[in-house]
Ligand binder design. Structure first.
Ligand SMILES: [Zn+2]
Length: 427
């Protein structure tokens, strides 16, 4: 055991000595142009990752989630998988979209290294995290270290547009004793609140000439009709009331007060100026706390808006319609990111914390991400998970997106240690 521990220390040492290779791996991943939208462009990058893992002894499962966007799952079978803990390492290969007019130093997909950082689209979110985890796996493999527990590496598609490649992995049956989502967390151990989008539609079965307006809004007109746009104002007001009520009454440690927002993001409605608007659709984004589910919060909204509608003579007869979530922001204009609560007492969380503290000699911070990641799908599937990755949120999605090489090296060392320790822990 002592020999093994010393052996591991030597491997961890190598991360620093061989950081040029690590940087080259990040650069290699950045050069695959995988922005989403437009998406459907990850096949080459995924093939690269599949081959990388295969060379290290992983069994590869690759399948198309959308044409041109395959998921890759590599499984490194442990030597005694029934007796030792298994681990999922998860990351998304797609990156945030880039616009033609952005002023990058050298172009988003032409990475540059200077002043201790790597610049390029996706380095922080999250090709840096993917590369660090892959490099840790490479070093373990080269050192001839065999793990008794299973190691599963998931490189998924679609995260940036809510396409939930990770949900597809869960549906396909991949489970483990613990999962680490190596997305942007500045090396904090994080849970997250959740997000669900929804459409609220106010609809009249009848259409009316705009000249009938007088009859439907004034005394003696006797026309029981309404503008769907004007009725949506009541719904909007109701949503604001509920949002404020939530902000006042709900809280979660580590989340900014009032982070549980209901954002009226997009509104569409009416036909043209010669009609009374017979339909109005509101697209909302609902943020909720880690200890809430999307089923609960959408039920609260429906009940509250249902009562708002009951208080209006026309809406009572024309109740608003709700359509929640969706499987893609670009295919069906909807998404879900379930919340993820991190149990600080879970052995996986404690082991990752310990690896962080032993390797970096710094206290590990456990808090809540200000954004959402695929981590929620593990929470939803009942797989204990944490978000832990290099890179800072302020750099994610930004022009000249960057990552600190020092932090990338730290992350790789911690992952090396953690993979080694966790997959060697008895069940
Ligand atoms: Zn991300």
């Amino acid at each position: 055991m002592a020999r093994l521990a010393q052996e591991l220390d030597e491997v961890i040492q190598q991360v620093e000595e061989r950081q040029t290779e690590l940087i080259q791996l990040v650069e290699r991943l950045v050069r695959f142009e995988t922005p989403s939208p437009p998406a459907r462009n990850t096949a080459e990058a995924q093939r690269f990752i599949a081959e990388f893992l295969q060379e290290k002894g992983f069994q590869i499962d690759q399948w198309e989630v959308y044409p041109g966007d395959p998921n890759v799952v590599g499984v490194l079978k442990g030597q005694a998988p029934e007796m030792y803990k298994s681990l999922i390492i998860n990351g998304h290969i797609d990156v945030a979209e880039v616009c033609a007019d952005e002023s990058w130093e050298t172009g988003p997909f032409t990475p540059v290294v200077r002043d201790g950082v790597i610049i390029g689209r996706g380095v922080a979110d999250m090709k840096g995290g993917l590369a660090g985890a892959l490099f840790a796996i490479q070093l373990l493999d080269e050192a001839g270290i065999r793990l008794p527990g299973d190691l599963i590496f998931q490189s998924v598609i679609g995260e940036e547009v809510g396409e939930a490649g990770t949900l597809e992995c869960c549906k396909r049956g991949y489970r483990a004793d613990f999962a680490v989502v190596v997305d942007t967390s500045d090396l904090h151990l994080q849970g997250q609140g959740g997000v669900i989008t929804g459409w609220i539609t106010v609809k009249s079965q009848q259409t009316w000439h705009d000249a009938t307006r007088r009859s439907m809004i004034h005394a003696g007109g006797k026309l029981f009709g309404a503008s769907a746009i004007e009725k949506m104002m009541k719904i909007l007001q109701g949503l604001q009331d509920l949002e404020r009520h939530w902000a006042v009454m709900k809280s979660y440690p580590g989340c900014a007060p009032g982070a549980n927002t209901i954002n009226p993001a997009v509104i569409e409605g009416g036909r043209h100026a010669a009609f009374i608007a017979d339909e109005c659709r509101l697209w909302i984004t609902v943020h909720f706390y880690p200890n809430e589910t999307y089923e609960e919060v959408t039920k609260e909204i429906e009940e509250h808006i249902g009562r708002v509608a009951q208080s209006d003579p026309w809406l009572r007869d024309h109740p608003p319609l709700f359509k929640w979530g969706g499987s893609s922001m670009i295919e069906d204009r909807g998404e879900i990111f379930p919340s993820l609560e991190v149990d600080p007492e879970h052995p996986g969380v404690k082991a990752l914390q310990a690896s962080h503290e032993l390797v970096l000699r710094r206290t590990a911070v456990t808090d809540v991400s200000a954004t959402v990641t695929d981590g929620g799908w593990f929470g939803d599937a009942g797989i204990p998970a944490v978000i832990y990755g290099p890179g800072r949120l302020e750099h994610a999605h930004a022009v000249n997106e960057q990552i600190s090489i020092g932090q990338l090296v730290d992350f790789t060392k911690v992952m090396l240690k953690f993979i080694y320790e966790w997959c060697r822990t008895e069940r």
